[in-house]
Design a protein. Structure first.
Length: 148
């Protein structure tokens, strides 16, 4: 009888811990994604590409990616994120690449919730590494990163 009680107790503790991890994982991801329209078909050097970022009270990182170049007929845009230890991977994607032209767009989104620590931020465009930098993520985080 004692073994059954102990086994049941261990099972409940394991189930509780598993549920907590699922809730933490569910709290992480991309939130509030929106983007601007094509700013006009231009030469690649016409617009300066850069990121603005800041800490948000829910432990997320707010990102505005200005003048990111994508196809001028992109279909839908999407942003995904993955976090592993001290590396945050962000994937900005377009659904299609049907036209032979590019446009600068502005993307806005938040990533999180994340632990406060130093991160290697890797930004991918259509699954190809585009830019990376280190960021000390804390409640004072706010800045700009020039990309090109």
């Amino acid at each position: 009888m004692k073994k059954i009680i102990i086994s049941t107790l261990i099972l409940f503790v394991f189930a509780y811990i598993s549920c907590d991890k699922t809730q933490d994982e569910a709290a992480f991801g991309i939130k509030n994604f929106n983007h601007g329209e094509c700013k006009g078909k231009t030469l690649k050097a016409a617009y300066k590409e850069y990121l603005e970022y800041s800490f948000q009270s829910d432990n997320s990182l707010k990102i505005s990616h200005f003048n990111t170049e994508f196809n001028c007929c992109p279909g839908k845009f999407s942003v995904e994120s993955k976090i592993s230890n001290d590396t945050l991977n962000i994937y900005e994607k377009e659904e299609k690449q049907d036209c032979k032209c590019t446009c600068p767009y502005d993307f806005h989104y938040s990533v999180g919730s994340m632990p406060l620590q130093r991160y290697l931020i890797r930004l991918y465009k259509n699954d190809k590494l585009h830019f990376q930098f280190y960021l000390n993520f804390d409640r004072y985080t706010k800045g700009t990163q020039n990309i090109k």
